[in-house]
Design a protein around this ligand. Structure first.
Ligand code: ARG
Length: 518
């Protein structure tokens, strides 16, 4: 097939492109579909600024592959690549009008070098092109998101390290439940954010595959080399450490095999937005806890992360954390918007997909910002150890520990629970426990357990120190959790660095290839 045959019903002469700058009519669209009331509705050019650089890279890789395959002449490739460089310098804002960045860049190339610029779009479609651009760009966004999750985990680990022994009240149902430590609280969120990091790495692996060469959806008659464009764009199927169990060699170029799947699937975006939404949900819990803790004077937020009232001069409000909490709503909205856009779409490409993409950009930006703010708020917050200690035993939060003590001394736990429940109603101290024992068991408490042990169980710090089961709050087992957190951080940081380097290396290698032509 020749390029011409793709343009049914038009002679080559009809198609001779205008080089008179008539982009109102459009050199790509010519005078069909070039105007009308729906023109701006159709266009994604503004939102496409986000994939401007990506599109240039995708164009470069495609043109180099076309030249290597002998599909376009080397000198034509050189002229196109030179034009692409000039277009990059001029920037997205200088692009001619167009339905989207792909059309506008192609138009700009043709305006610069004439008809030969039209060879750039040989053996591809905007459908595989846009899918490649989105993957190329969201790949970087996901690495940014991963970086913020890591910074947040570092902030949480630092709080844990500084507050291994800082006793605080722990809550269930927002009611005092059992004393714990600030370290135990902080590491509870480090674990959750760690999984958020892992989910993003996993999403990255499936983003980082090449749809290029899928063309409109049905492949092409040209002898393209899909692995080559995948390689040139660094689509290697994973984060550097290969969470998907593939070796570095296997990962050198990963192509999405089926061309219809390649050009029309967006599950990689849905998965990414879902992972971000999960992270935003984790963030909302952190924010809510800090808002409650600030309200109780357990923690004092830095002024940088607080706001005041325009009327009440004394106020210091946790506004930034309230916004972090709210971003979980935005992100859930992003998942909903994307899912409902994708749901029920028929194969293959449909223009609905254009509106799917923006949900991803909005979610990525909102969640990354919220994650950075949460990390900053945590890193700069001051924990009020006295206020925390004073409240740690409130609401008879040591009751479970007392019941555990009685059970450890031979009482069935259910009976111990009953004794302590009665004591809770009657003063929640040693005497109340003694009286409850007499009532339920017919004997004083000291016939079951050493009174000193009871006194210790009633002390919040002792209560924490004795809860040394794996993963519990006792400082020595929290130290193990902190070690785990640090190990995971080091490994994720290394993977992030190597993955960013892999992208950089692909970018530099592509530049070298381009330099062979320009
Ligand atoms: N702007 C379009 C998008 O975002 C590019 C693909 C257009 N393809 C088409 N067949 N109309 O999806």
């Amino acid at each position: 097939m020749t390029e011409e045959s793709a343009h049914d019903g038009e002679s080559a002469r009809d198609r001779i492109v205008r080089t008179d700058g008539g982009s109102d009519q459009g050199v790509v669209r010519r005078d069909r579909f070039s105007g009308g009331p729906a023109r701006s509705f159709l266009s994604s050019l503004v939102a496409d600024e986000r994939i401007f650089e990506a599109d240039l890279e995708v164009d470069r890789a495609h043109v180099i592959m076309l030249a290597e395959q002998g599909i376009v002449e080397d000198d034509v490739a050189g002229r196109i690549l030179t034009a692409l460089d000039a277009i990059e310098v001029d920037g997205h804002a200088s692009l001619p009008d167009g339905e989207d960045v792909h059309e506008a860049i192609e138009t700009a190339v043709i305006e610069r070098i004439g008809e030969a610029g039209g060879k750039m779009h040989t053996a591809r479609s905007r459908n595989d092109e846009v899918a490649a651009c989105i993957r190329y760009r969201v790949r970087e966004d996901v690495l940014d998101a991963i970086e913020t999750t890591i910074a947040l985990r570092e902030a949480l680990a630092a709080v844990a390290d500084a507050h291994r022994e800082t006793i605080m009240p722990g809550y269930t149902h927002l009611q005092p439940a059992q004393p714990t430590t600030v370290a135990h609280w902080a590491l509870s969120y480090e674990g959750a954010v760690r999984r958020d990091t892992e989910r993003l790495f996993e999403a990255y692996g499936r983003i980082n595959e090449s749809p290029l060469g899928g063309a409109a959806f049905a492949g092409t008659t040209f002898e393209i080399d899909r692995e080559r464009t995948a390689e040139l764009l660094g689509f290697d199927g994973g984060p550097a450490s290969g969470t998907r169990g593939t070796s570095a060699e296997q990962r050198s170029a990963v192509v999405i095999e089926n061309s219809m799947d390649a050009s029309s699937s967006r599950d990689f975006l849905l998965e990414t937005v879902q992972a971000l939404s999960t992270h935003a949900t984790t963030l909302s819990g952190i924010a809510e806890d800090l808002i409650v803790f600030a309200n109780r004077a357990f923690v004092s937020l830095s002024d940088d992360y607080s706001s005041t009232s325009s009327i009440m001069p004394q106020k210091k409000n946790p506004d930034t954390l309230e916004l972090v909490r709210a971003v979980a709503g935005d992100a859930a909205g992003g998942v909903q918007g994307l899912t409902t856009t994708l749901k029920g779409l028929p194969r293959a490409y449909n223009r609905d997909l254009q509106r799917a993409t923006t949900h991803a950009w909005e979610t990525v930006d909102a969640v990354i910002e919220a994650s950075e703010v949460a990390a900053g708020a945590i890193a700069t917050a001051d924990w009020n150890e006295d206020a925390l200690a004073a409240e740690a035993g409130a609401g008879f939060s040591t009751a479970t520990g007392v019941a555990d003590l009685l059970a450890a001394n031979g009482l069935p736990f259910r009976t111990a629970h009953e004794v302590v429940a009665i004591a809770a109603e009657n003063g929640a101290d040693y005497d109340a426990i003694d009286a409850a024992a007499a009532e339920v068991l017919g004997e004083p408490i000291d016939s079951f357990v050493d009174p000193e042990a009871v006194a210790a169980a009633l002390d919040p710090a002792e209560s924490v120190a004795t809860r040394d089961s794996r993963g519990g709050p006792a400082p020595e087992v929290v130290a193990d959790q902190l070690d785990d957190a640090r190990d995971a951080l080091a490994s994720h940081e290394a993977t992030l660095d190597e993955t960013s380097e892999a992208i950089e290396a692909a970018h530099a290698a592509l530049r070298e290839e381009v330099n062979e032509y320009v």
